[in-house]
Each structure stands twice: as C-alpha cells, then as structure tokens.
Design a protein around this ligand. Sequence first.
Ligand code: NAG
Length: 360
Amino acid sequence: MTSAAMISGHHGCLVGISKPTVFTGASAMFLLVYLALWKYHDSNNPLLASASSLPSDEMRNDLLNMVEQPEQFTSCDPTMNVSQFQKNDSIPVIYFVTPTYARSVQMAELTRLGQTLSSVPSLHWILVEDAPRCNPAVGQLLRRLAIPFTHLASAMPSAYKKLKIPPRGVSNRRAALQWIRSNIKQGVLYFGDDDNSYDLRLFDEIRDTRNISMFPVGLVGEYAVSAPVVHDGKVVGFYDSWPARRRFAVDMAGFAVNIKLLHQFPNATFIYKAGFEEDSFLQEIVTDANFIEAKAANCTQILVWHTRTVQVPMAMLQPPTLRIADTSISGLLHSLDEYKLASFSTSKGKPSSVHYLTDV
Ligand SMILES: *[C@@H]1O[C@H](CO)[C@@H](O)[C@H](O)[C@H]1NC(C)=O
C-alpha cells in the first residue's frame, strides 16, 4: 500500500469518528502517526516519498522522527577554530564537503583527494565520516595535509542500513550543512566525493558562484556524462541518461552553491532516498532556473569525473609466526590494521609468511 492510499484510507476512518470514542493507547498512537503523515503530506514534503519506500511502519516512524530532529554528529576536532581560516577574505572560500566511510580503499582515496585539495588556495575541507566515532588515522591525515579542515562523524541511521540501496552519504552531508549553517556566513559550497577526480580548473570555475552554478560531470551513467544543456548562456535542460522524473538531473559533483542560499533556505537538505538526494536539495534552493550559472565553458568542458575505485575486500590474515621478532612486521601489520586493509586472527583467515633473502 502506498502512503497516499494509506493516508486517504485513514482519513476516511478518522472522518467517520463522530460519536464520543474511547481511545486506547494503540489508537492514540495510530492517530499521532496519522497526523504526522498528514502534516507532511500537506506540506508536500519530499520526505514522504522517501517514507513510502520504506518497508515497515516502524521504519516509517523512525523516518518521520528524523525529519524534525537535527542530524546527530560528532565534532572530531573541537579545538579547531573556524575564524583562523577566514583571514584571507580577498577570494571566496570554497567549503568542500566530502562524505566518507570505512573500507579498504578509504585511506588511499583520502590521501589522493587531500593532496589534490592541498594545491587549491582558500579551500576548507569538511570531511564527514559515516561512523559513530572519528577514525584517528583520518584525523592524522587531515593534520598532515596542513589545509583548513573540519572533521565530523555522523552515522547513517540504522533504519536505512536495511534498505536494498542504502542512501549513503546523506547523513554526512546533512551534518555538514548543519555545521556550515551554524559556523559559516559566506563562501561557496561544493560536494566532492572521496573517489572522484578533480581538475584544478574546477575550483577557479566554482569560486565566483553567485547563487548556484552547474557544470558537466564525466563518467556518469550510460551517456558517460551528466551535463546541463546551455542555450544563449542559460541552462535549459540536462543531458543525463537517468532523468527519473527529476527536475534537476544533476550529479552531486555537478553543482556549487553560494552559502548565502543555505541561510536563505534554512530547511533545504538531502532526503534519505538513493538517487534523489541532489534533486531534493536543488528543488528547495533553485527558485528560478535563470539563477543557474553555467560553468566550464557553457557546460562543454569536463572538469570533474565520477571515477570509481574497485572495492577490495578487507583481507583476513593469520600473521607470520617464524622469525619475525625484531623485524618490521609488527609495525607493518599495525598500519594494515589502522588503515583497514586487513584484520588479523591467529586461527582464521589466510596464513601469511615472509620470504627471507638472508638469515636474520
Ligand atoms: C557562453 O555563451 C554565451 C551566450 O552565447 C556567450 O556570451 C559567452 O561568451 C559564453 N561563455 C563562454 C565561456 O564560452
């Protein structure tokens, strides 16, 4: 049953109550859920679409609770002072938001991306882990890079982890939006995943975004690109193989937003529905398509690619036993563990050994 059908069904039922009725605890609860659903139906909240794709009423309730609750997140480096990054106000600061999650390729991706970002002037990296706690190895990487950063952790609510396609990165991006709204007044916001590839010219293009800018992203979908279509300097449509009834068929890496819009539209956020996150956010903040600024030579250049790294399962190893004392093995295995490349057990997993060149 769709939620719309459920609402009209329940609506008829409610209208039928004309005589004094004794409410049991269960029916009172039912009424609350009904009212909550009706409220969101009424305000045409896109979250309802998300609610209807969830399998159980229990999860529906979880979702509705989350609508009103601020995102729960942890600040990993509370001593970081935002004002110290805002000295150079001659060029706008780019707030580059990256959601990330623990996997064997994570540290490799973050190292590569971090080194790209360290060659960009006036950039502040907001890295948000999909985890209940902050990973110290990630924090060390951020400090080594010596670029302004904010390190947060915000786990995907458990209700969504059970979905066939979990909406990855939503909780992280929502946390970043909340952090920016409470700490930052001006600048440009960009959402850059940890596995994409960025041409440094992209940053020059997006830095002067007055409202919202859009540009092509390579390696997206069956057209190998997701791109705005420009006519007379204006965005008039989208070249994207998955329109899916989205008003803005745009990839997460294909737009940048002036932070003043986040303050102008304080409720604009991402919905927990895989594939529809961008559209939900853009529909809130783009009130007039004429505000969209076409970048990358009227959307003819590719300055960012949706590259994807092959996922390598974490190795499960039995550590070598013979003659490893006083060798580098224990330090090496510590790094493998810290970077989540491998886990270790003395009884399970692949036995490992050292091939010695010389006697030790
Ligand atoms: C984009 O198109 C407009 C209108 O045709 C033109 O005036 C402008 O110079 C173009 N910009 C670039 C960077 O090519």
